[in-house]
Design a protein around this ligand. Structure first.
Ligand SMILES: Cc1cc2nc3c(=O)[nH]c(=O)nc-3n(C[C@H](O)[C@H](O)[C@H](O)COP(=O)(O)OP(=O)(O)OC[C@H]3O[C@@H](n4cnc5c(N)ncnc54)[C@H](O)[C@@H]3O)c2cc1C
Length: 426
C-alpha cells in the first residue's frame, strides 16, 4: 500500500485530531508534513516563528517516541512542496484539516485539482471549530449575521449534538520510519530566533471558573491565554469546550464569538477587506502615516492606549480589553482605516487568526456583522478608572507616563468630531 501524507496546518497535536485520525485509520504508512508557506508565514515575526518552531519540535519528538522518523518541516509554496513530496514518496493521497480563510480555500481547491489530475486524492476534515458553516442548515447565513441570532442557534445545536472526539492518540504507530530530512534550524528556514517566546500552557480551570469576575482587568493574569493554542490547534477545541462548558458561561460565550467570526468570514469572504455593511463602504478613512506610527509604537500620549500597544510590540500578546480600546482609538478617535490596524495586528499577534482579527476590527469600526454602533467611542480615561484603577498595567508598560518625557496627547477630542463631519458620518 502506498503511503499518505498528513499535512499539519492549524492542528499541531497528535490528540483528538480528526484529519490525523482519519489518515491513520486508513493508511499503513503516514508521512507527517508542516509547511511554512511563504505567502502566509511572517518571516519578520521572529517571536511567532520561534514559538511555532518550538511547537513543531515538540510534535517531532512525540512522533519519534512513537517510532516514527519525525515531521518533515519545509518552507516555500504549498502547492509545489506537496507535489514534490507526492512524487518523491510516491504517495497516494494528502490528508489535512480544513481551513476557512478565503486564500486557504482557493489554495486547497488548486491542490485538490492537481492531485486529482494525477489520480491522487485530497481529503480534508472539519476540526478546528465545534460547528462548521455547513452545520447551520436551519437558517441562512444572512439570518445568522448577528451574534444575537447566531449564539442561540449555536447553543441549540450544541445541546442536541453529541460532540464526537477522534482518538488519533491511540493509533500513532503508523508514522513513516523512512529517513526524512533532519528537523530544520532557524538558519535553514531563514528565520531569526527570538529570545522571548511566550510559552503556551494548558487550560487553567480555576481561571475559567473565575473568568467573568476578573477577565476585564489587564493587570491580573485572569484570562485563559489559550488563543495561540487554539489558533494553531495545540489543544483540541472539543477538549477545551468539554472541560470548560459547565464552569463559566462567559468563557463559553468567548469561544462562541470565535465560532461566530469563523462562520461570518466563511459565509461572507469579502469581509476580509470590505465593510460588511455596504453603506459604510464610502467612509473616508484617514491614512495618515505619522499618526498611525504614533499609535503603532505606543506614543499617542494616552497611557492606556500606549500600554496596550507596547504590550503587543514587546510580547506578541495583548489583553482583550486593550485590543478593543486600542482599536477603538485608531478607528474612532484618529479616524484611521480599520484595515491598517488589522494589518498591523496580523503582523504582531502570536495568535493572529484572520477571522477573529477581521471580525473584531469590523465590530470596532461599526462596519461588520454584529457591529458596535458608529457612535460607540471609548473614553480612555474612563476606561482606565474601570479596568486599571491603580494604574498597575499602565505603570508596567509606560513607566514614564507621569514624567515630562512622556508624549503629549496627540489628539484633541473636538478634532475627532470634525473628522466625523469630514468623513460624512456625523
Ligand atoms: C481588534 C481585535 C483583534 C483581535 N484579533 C484576534 C486574533 O487575531 N486572534 C484571536 O484569537 N483573537 C483575537 N481577538 C479576540 C480576543 O481579544 C483574543 O482571543 C483574546 O484576547 C485572547 O486571549 P485569551 O486566550 O486569554 O482569551 P480568553 O478571554 O481567555 O478567551 C478564551 C478564548 O476565546 C476566544 N475569544 C475570546 N474573545 C474573542 C473574541 N472577541 N473574538 C474571537 N475569539 C475570542 C479566543 O480563542 C480565546 O483564546 C481580537 C480582538 C480584538 C478586539
Amino acid at each position: 500500500m502506498k503511503p499518505a501524507i498528513f499535512w499539519f496546518r492549524r492542528d499541531l497535536r497528535l490528540e483528538d485530531n480528526k484529519g490525523l485520525y482519519e489518515t491513520l485509520s486508513r493508511y499503513e504508512e503516514v508521512i507527517p508534513v508542516y509547511i511554512f508557506e511563504d505567502d502566509k508565514a511572517s518571516p519578520d515575526n521572529s517571536r511567532k516563528n520561534t514559538l511555532l518552531l518550538s511547537s513543531l519540535l515538540k510534535l517531532n519528538s512525540k512522533i519519534q517516541e512513537q517510532g516514527g522518523s519525525g515531521i518533515m518541516v519545509q518552507r516555500g509554496t504549498a502547492s509545489s512542496i506537496i507535489s514534490n513530496l507526492i512524487s518523491l514518496y510516491d504517495a497516494d493521497a494528502v490528508f489535512c484539516n480544513e481551513e476557512y480563510e478565503p486564500s486557504c480555500i482557493e489554495r486547497d481547491k488548486q491542490i485538490r485539482e492537481n492531485l486529482n489530475l494525477s489520480g491522487r486524492s485530497f481529503n480534508s476534515f472539519h476540526d478546528h471549530l465545534i460547528f462548521s458553516g455547513k452545520d447551520f442548515t436551519q437558517a441562512s447565513p444572512k439570518q445568522l449575521d448577528k451574534f444575537s441570532t447566531f449564539k442561540p442557534e449555536w447553543l441549540k445545536m450544541f445541546e442536541k449534538t453529541n460532540i464526537e472526539t477522534f482518538p488519533s492518540e491511540n493509533i500513532l504507530g503508523k508514522f513513516t520510519k523512512i529517513t526524512i530530512p533532519p528537523f530544520p534550524s532557524f538558519k535553514d528556514l531563514q528565520f531569526r530566533k527570538s529570545s522571548t517566546p511566550f510559552l503556551p500552557s494548558d487550560l487553567d480551570l480555576l481561571k475559567v471558573k473565575n473568568y467573568d469576575q476578573f477577565k476585564d482587568f489587564p493587570a491580573m493574569d485572569a484570562t485563559s491565554k489559550q488563543s495561540f493554542n487554539i489558533r494553531f490547534g495545540l489543544q483540541s477545541i472539543r477538549k477545551i469546550v468539554a472541560q470548560s462548558k459547565d464552569l463559566n458561561d462567559q468563557f463559553l460565550n468567548a469561544l462562541i464569538w470565535r465560532e461566530f467570526y469563523a462562520f461570518t468570514l466563511l459565509s461572507f469572504p469579502k469581509t476580509e477587506d470590505t465593510e460588511y455593511i455596504s453603506r459604510y463602504q464610502d467612509i473616508h478613512w484617514r491614512h495618515d502615516k505619522k499618526d498611525f506610527e504614533k499609535w503603532a509604537t505606543g506614543q499617542t500620549g494616552f497611557p492606556l492606549v500606549d500600554a496596550g500597544m507596547r504590550e503587543l510590540n514587546q510580547t506578541g500578546f495583548m489583553h482583550a480589553r486593550l485590543r478593543i480600546i486600542t482599536a477603538n482609538f485608531l478607528v474612532k478617535h484618529l479616524m484611521i482605516d480599520w484595515r491598517m490596524g488589522a494589518d498591523y495586528f496580523s503582523k504582531k499577534l502570536l495568535d493572529h487568526d484572520m477571522a477573529s482579527n477581521i471580525g473584531n476590527w469590523q465590530w470596532i469600526a461599526g462596519t461588520g456583522c454584529e457591529a458596535a454602533p458608529y457612535f460607540k467611542v471609548y473614553n480612555t480615561y474612563d476606561e482606565t478608572e474601570k479596568i486599571d484603577e491603580d494604574m498597575e498595567y499602565i505603570q508596567k508598560w509606560v513607566p514614564e507616563f507621569a514624567s515630562w518625557n512622556y508624549a503629549k496627547p496627540m489628539e484633541e477630542h473636538c478634532v475627532s468630531l470634525n473628522q466625523l463631519h469630514i468623513a460624512k458620518i456625523a
